[in-house]
Write a protein that binds this ligand. Sequence first.
Ligand SMILES: Cc1ncc(COP(=O)(O)O)c(C=O)c1O
Length: 380
Amino acid sequence: MTRKDYELGDEIRLWSTFVHEDAIRAVAETLRSKWINTGKREKELRKKASQKWGFPFCVACTNGTAALRSALAVLEVGPGDEVVSTPYTFIATNTSILEQGARPVFADINYDDLNINSASIEKKITPKTKAIMIVHYGGNACDLDEIRAIGKKHNLPIIEDSAHAMGSKYKEAYIGATGDIACFSLQVVKIITSGDGGLITTTREDWYKELKKMVWYGIDRDAKRTNLLDPLPEDFKGDKLGFKYNMNDITASIASANLDHFDEVAQRRREIGERYREELSGCKRVKLLNYKKDRTPNYQIFPVHVQERMKFAEHMWERKIMVNINNRRNDIYPMFGGLREDLPELKRADEDVILLPIHNDLTDNQVGYIIDAVRKYDTS
Ligand SMILES: Cc1ncc(COP(=O)(O)O)c(C=O)c1O
């Protein structure tokens, strides 16, 4: 039987999209204002996000993939370079490396939290390594202290693919407030969305200035035009390729209005996630991820390990509860250079991880029903 057979229209969905009425009003206002290009709404979004999560510097762009590529470009990652990266992620993490002409070198992950394994990162560093790419999988932060120590030791910058991790914390700091560069996504299933969109944060002012230019052809949009007959500011040299990744004010007004409601969205996800963790903790055939005490996940998704995954999926689908596999190990896709044989933890996770539904439209009754269904499987 395939997943299609179970798509009956009244199932409990795996994910949903949160758009507040304020976003609808805000976008109408922006459209009526006739300034729909990158402008004050985009500035307002960056300011709000920075104030809320303590980002030292923040750039907005068209999507999370563009954010990653821009970060790599600012770090001058290019042909011939290697980036040590995680193979357990959505492919965008690693296609952004290919887009820059570089090669992802896959480290192993931790089976118990699905994040990149620090010791494995260090083993994969070669003279060609130009950067380290990590993903805070499912919104649960990586072992940042250890990874940053490795980065420091080898003089390698760390890009945190934080597509899942808006509002997540590592120790006392929000993701994006510390470290080198963090890239966020505002794509439809994300905790805050604008349809598509991205944010790039950094603690370094020089990188901020470069990133800001990188998302608009290498031009500083805020630079004053001194010569009215020249369309570009005087300091634009045109010596470095930039991208057309700037966020416009239509997108920014949706993101900004939704961001005002982040706390309520995050609270509901936390309630559901914590209830799952409490009520499913005793299961034997379904295992929760290990969320260490010093981090605060945002419950962007809820992955679990299950025995006999296909049977579990059918059990849930029969009850009209959508479950699915979020990502496959990226090295199954030939563009990444072929299947790696030296990643045992990745192999295990790739065979048994599945997502339970988590989103704002779930009612308490539905959450109870999902928990019941999982428990029935566990004892079947
Ligand atoms: C881990 C990860 N990185 C990057 C991306 C790409 O983000 P976007 O869709 O905004 O380009 C996603 C999107 O889902 C993702 O899950």
